[in-house]
Design a protein around this ligand. Structure first.
Ligand code: F6R
Length: 243
């Protein structure tokens, strides 16, 4: 595991964007696993800038996102599909038919999970998986629990996740209670993983994830078993780490 210490969020975003850009330059037809939330917004902004300056070409890139709220359509401003369109897909020359997210409106949840796993398989798996981490150590929406889930599944979001995501909605009642997420097995099958963590409120859980016991109670701790993980975290997030 490589750990890069970033000065602050801007530095974290720059380092993250550079790693993603290097992946695209080295393999223009790569498959990127992408995340939403606050953590990657700065990096996406830099990737857009580099695209606008002519330094990056997304035309052959395929993307699969980690998760999507159940019940939200892609037109819904709180959906992750909408988020990706707003922060990245709508601003670069990516072929929208090669950007994949679970379909929050699917009638049959189980079938949707199998369909999404099929897509990830059919694109040949993920070259670089970008991950944020929740305050409770979740990755994707794999919440703390008794075991690691393998494939895409539908989850009941933890109360702490609903509270954390409240900031994007008008009221807590509007925050969806369920989401589709890639499983831990799929995340671990990515050839490379890039975990980005910012802020002191995640410092303790980051230290447990990086150097505590590997346990489904801290889902991100499973990354200790992956052979190619890069962590980019700012000083605040690393403030409890002794590594
Ligand atoms: C988002 C996702 C989540 C977030 C995590 C951190 O697609 O999979 O695991 O990465 O909740 O969210 P932020 O970055 O908003 O703190």
């Amino acid at each position: 595991m490589r750990i890069y210490r970033a000065k602050d969020y801007l530095d974290l975003s720059r380092k993250t964007a550079r790693i993603i850009a290097a992946q695209i330059i080295m393999k223009p037809d790569c498959v990127l696993g992408l995340a939403t939330g606050s953590s990657p917004v700065g990096a996406y902004e830099m990737l857009v800038n580099w695209y606008e300056e002519g330094d990056l070409d997304f035309s052959k890139v395929t993307t699969v996102n980690l998760d999507e709220y159940r019940g939200l359509s892609r037109e819904n401003e709180q959906s992750y599909d909408y988020f990706m369109q707003k922060h990245l897909f709508g601003k670069v020359n990516i072929d929208r038919s090669r950007t994949f997210l679970p379909d929050g409106t699917a009638a049959d949840g189980e079938q949707e999970c199998r369909r999404y796993d099929g897509i990830i398989q059919s694109v040949g798996g993920v070259d670089l998986q970008l991950l944020g981490m929740g305050h409770n150590g979740h990755i994707g929406f794999n919440e703390p629990g008794g075991f690691f889930e393998k494939g895409t599944h539908c989850v009941d979001l933890a109360e702490s996740t609903i509270r954390a995501n409240r900031r994007f909605f008008e009221s807590e009642e509007e925050v969806p209670r369920q989401a589709y997420t890639m499983g831990i097995g799929t995340i671990m099958a990515a050839r490379r993983i890039l975990l980005i963590v910012s802020g002191k409120e995640k410092a303790e859980v980051l230290s447990r994830a990086l150097s505590g016991p590997v346990t489904p109670e801290v889902p991100a701790s499973i990354l200790q078993f992956h052979r190619d993980v890069t962590v980019v975290a700012d000083e605040e997030a690393l403030s409890c780490c002794t590594l």
